[in-house]
Design a protein around this ligand. Structure first.
Ligand code: BYC
Length: 484
């Protein structure tokens, strides 16, 4: 079947909505239908706790047309239509980088790179259910129905992204693909015996400020990695990731605007109470809002945890994946070099003779570093917007991203302790200053004390401002979740 002609047409009637011609692909259809009950069991066990019967005003992807790909309606989450949607196939697409640059993009798995490709898909797939597991308790403390709905929207779409990766495994990787698809439902975030694959996905998301920071910082790693995989010479992966990026944008919007609204409310409350010193933490907290230094500490934590997701600065895996044409750079198609990188270099921040300094490394080995640099630039943009809000209240405080050497567990800087400015510290200094940089027990207890649910339509918890506009242009008092 010519896939290009079927694009845009989504088969929306079956169990699994799709635009990949699943109706005619009996083997894959059966495999996915077999996987489906296990997925639903996982969703019920590990998905949002306590709201499975509630009606949620969700968007569902019903097309891949950039102009109108989603519809909004009330849905019970277990009935959400988790479809398989790939961006349209680009006619005559070639492999954009690496040793095979210029050859036709692969429509089937290239045998020599099978294991590497499977590993990339499995790692990507593993993060999706992990984040749902991390966020499963948050519904109980939602600051509004608007936020509750956004949480669930993010959750169902992470579920769909798991489907996207499982489709690739089932369609292109035979028996071992099926086994990997099963294993994706078995691992659990934070489980000591069977944890999720990457560090940050085994951390807790204990409160809503963490949720907003996670969707701002960690979903942005998702964006960068998906952008890099969207460049892949393996065309089905590229097309899957391109459509996933459409949904991912909303997740980062939830994070960025969530933090903005927390900051906004804090600044408003400080102004009303006539507090000008952002470090007058005890007085600010009495107002029932989160002080700016604690918001900074949360940003420090989630930013540093997320940097670990880029792997080692110098990585043979990354070099091999690029050389093979499987994983490119951020927006590879907009770069103007030779796309092979065999002779070029890239400056990498390293620990040399105990000092943090730049060193030129072969560009191929430095691809994780390069993607991380692109990430830091991207993450800084929204931080600038947060600071504009603080500035508009005349409060002398700026949120700053910590140095990349701060609080690291993977890569070059995992061997040292450094403060938020990158100044190295002894273990003892770190131990005594840790709670200046990262949330301590009192900070956690305070934030937890604010986490009281607000389920009345149009109302918001004390510590967060309402959004500027509603979802799907709904008015302020709209009942985004009908709690059952
Ligand atoms: N934790 O050569 P290296 C998202 C392992 S987020 C634990 O530097 P590489 C989302 C590494 O596996 C995006 N282990 O690794 C966001 C390797 O082990 P093996 C997810 C780690 O391959 C929010 C060894 O250390 N997608 O979508 O260059 C909500 C040597 O490391 C970690 C992807 O990540 C870690 N943090 O880089 C929902 C894309 N880091 O194989 C969703 C696919 C490294 O030697 N993955 N290790 O035993 C990749 O591209 C790469 O695997 C990584 C690692 C960038 C993750």
């Amino acid at each position: 079947m010519n896939v290009a002609t079927s694009i845009g047409k989504v088969d929306y009637d079956g169990l699994i909505p799709n635009n990949v011609g699943l109706g005619e692909d009996v083997r894959v259809k059966r495999a996915l239908e077999k996987w489906h009950p296990g997925y639903i069991d996982w969703w019920k066990d590990m998905g949002p706790e306590g709201f499975q019967e509630s009606l949620v005003y969700l968007r569902t992807a019903v097309s891949v047309d950039p102009k109108g790909w989603a519809k909004f309606d009330y849905v019970k989450m277990p009935d959400y239509k988790w479809g398989i949607l790939l961006a349209p196939q680009a006619e005559g697409r070639t492999i954009p980088f690496g040793a095979h640059a210029g050859e036709p993009a692969w429509q089937e798995v290239p045998g020599e790179y099978r294991a590497m490709l499977r590993r990339l898909i499995v790692i990507q797939g593993d993060t999706e259910p992990a984040s749902v597991e991390q966020q499963r308790h948050l519904g109980k403390t939602a600051p509004s129905l608007y936020d509750l709905r956004n949480l669930f929207q993010v959750n169902v779409e992470e579920g769909r992204h798991l489907w996207a990766m499982v489709y690739l495994l089932q369609k292109y990787f035979g028996t071992d693909g099926r086994e990997e698809a099963e294993a994706l439902l078995q691992r659990r975030s934070g489980d000591p015996d069977s944890p999720r694959m990457l560090g940050a996905f085994n951390e807790k998301t204990p409160d809503w400020l963490s949720f907003f920071m996670f969707t701002y910082f960690t979903d942005r790693d998702g964006k960068m990695q998906l952008e890099a995989l969207a460049q892949s010479g393996f065309d089905p992966l590229s097309r899957t990731c391109r459509f996933m990026l459409t949904e991912e944008a909303h997740h980062m919007f939830v994070g960025e605007t969530g933090v903005t609204r927390v900051i906004q409310r804090t600044c408003e409350a400080m102004k009303e109470a006539g507090i000008t010193d952002p470090f007058d933490i005890a007085r600010v907290r009495k107002l029932g809002v989160i002080d700016l230094p604690t918001i900074q500490k949360k940003a420090n934590l989630h930013f540093s945890l997320t940097l670990d997701l880029f792997g080692n600065e110098i990585s043979t895996n990354a070099a091999n994946a690029f050389h093979a044409g499987l994983k490119g750079r951020y927006r590879e198609n907009r770069l103007t070099d030779d796309h092979k990188l065999e002779t070029s270099t890239y400056p990498v921040l390293r620990l040399i003779d105990g000092k943090i300094q730049n060193e030129d490394a072969p560009a191929l080995s430095a691809l994780n570093m390069r993607l991380r640099d692109d990430y830091v630039n991207d993450a800084n943009v929204g931080v600038g917007r947060w600071n504009k809000v603080i500035e508009s209240f005349g409060i002398p405080f700026q949120i700053k991203l910590p140095h990349v050497a701060f609080n690291r567990n993977i890569g070059e800087f995992s061997k040292v302790k450094a403060d938020v400015d990158g100044k190295q510290m002894s273990e003892a200094e770190w131990a005594s200053h840790r709670s200046d940089f990262l949330p301590n027990e009192q900070d956690k207890d305070f934030i937890e004390s604010l986490m009281q649910p607000q389920y009345e339509a149009g109302k918001f918890a004390s510590w967060i401002a309402p959004p500027k506009v509603g979802i799907d242009n709904k008015p302020g008092e709209f009942e985004y979740v009908k709690i059952a």
